[in-house]
Write a protein that binds this ligand. Sequence first.
Ligand code: GLA
Length: 394
Amino acid sequence: MYKFYLTVIAFYCVVSTSCNNTSDQATANKDSVDHTTTTISNAVPDKKGFQTTIDGKKTDLFILKNANGITAAITNYGGRLVSLLVPDKDGKFTDVAVGFKNVDDYVGPNDAYFGATIGRVGNRIAKGMFTLDGKKYSLFKNNGPNSLHGGKKGFQAVVWDAMQPNDSSLELSYLSKDGEEGYPGNLNVKVVYTVTADNGFKCYYEATTDKKTIVNLTNHAYFNLNGDGSGTINNHILQINADRYTPVDSTLIPTGKIEPVANTPFDFTKATAIGARIEDNNQQLKYGKGYDHNFVLNGTGLRHAATVTGDQSGIQMDVYTEEPGLQFYGGNFMQGKSSFKSGKKDDHRTAFCLETQHYPDAPNHPSFPSIVLSPGKTYRTSSVYKFSVNKSAP
Ligand code: GLA
C-alpha cells in the first residue's frame, strides 16, 4: 500500500509539471503522432469512424476526461472502451487500451470482445445450460460446447443508449428483453464509465429484472501498458491478490475445485513477469493456451485486486473491485488478423484482460458465489482501473 501511495505521488509530480492542461496534452499528442519512429497509438481516435447507424440506432464515440488530461474514448456500440490515454514515466500520454479506429472493425468477424461491456453473463456457462427454480434454460453455444460472454449476440454487439452527464462520465443503458439469448426476464441494465479525479477508469454496473434471472457483467478491456501497438505483454509485471484460483477442464469450464496458487505458475501473489512461467509444463496452462483463468480474489468489498506495470512505459495499473473473481486472459487467442488503431496487428499476446467478475459457470456450481438476480433486487457492482507511474519499474 505504501508503495502504491509513493507511485501515486510520483504520478502527480509528473502530471503537474508536464500535462496539467488540455493544450499541453494536445501538444504531447501532436508531438507523439508526428514521431515517425514509433507506431504506438497516442491520440484520441476520430469520432467520425464511429458515427453510423446499427440496428436502427445511432452510434458515436464519447470522450471522457479528467483535470489531469486522462482521456477515455468509448463507443456506445457494445459499450466499448476504444482508447485510454494516460501519462507514462516521461509524462507522455500513451494509449493503454487496445482497440480499433472505427466501428466497422468492431462489427467485423475478427472481433474478440475488444474493450466491450459484457453480458448478460460474462465468461462461460457449461454446455449453454442452467437451471433456475427447477426450469431448464438453454443458451447459444458460441464457444465450442459452451456459451461465452452472453451468447451469439451479447452486450458487446448491441447499441446502448448513451448519455453524457458531464465531461468525465458516460451513462449507457440497455433493455435486454425477456428471452433475449435464452435468458429469462426483462433486464434493465445501466453502466456508468467515469474517468475519476484520482486517475481511475471506473466501471459501475446496475441491473434490475422482472423475472428471476442470472447476471454477471464485466468489461473486456484489452490493455497494453506500453501502449497499443507496442508488442508483447509478456514482460509486463503482474501481481494478483489471489491465493486461490478455479482450475478448468479442456473447454475452460471450472472443475468446481478451488485450489491454491502456491507452487504453480498461477502464483502471482508476488509481482512476476506475465511470461516468466508461461511455457511451464502445466496442464492448466495447456488448457488455456496460456493464462485464461479465474482467480479467487482475497477479501471482500471494494478492494485492491491486482497491479500491473508496463515494463517500458512505467505505467502502473491498479485494479480494485467488489467482485469475487478476476479472469486473467493473456491474449492467447489473438491471431494477428486485424489491425488496431495503432496500425499494428492483434498479434498473439500483445494485450491482456483483467475481467472483474463472478466465477465462470457459477449457475452450475452451487458452491460458487451466486449470480442469480430476483425481481425487486438491484444488481450493483463497481470496479476501478487506476493509473499511476511506477518510478522503480525496469
Ligand atoms: C475471454 C475468454 C477467452 C477468450 C477471450 C476472447 O476472456 O476467457 O477464452 O475467448 O474472451 O478471445
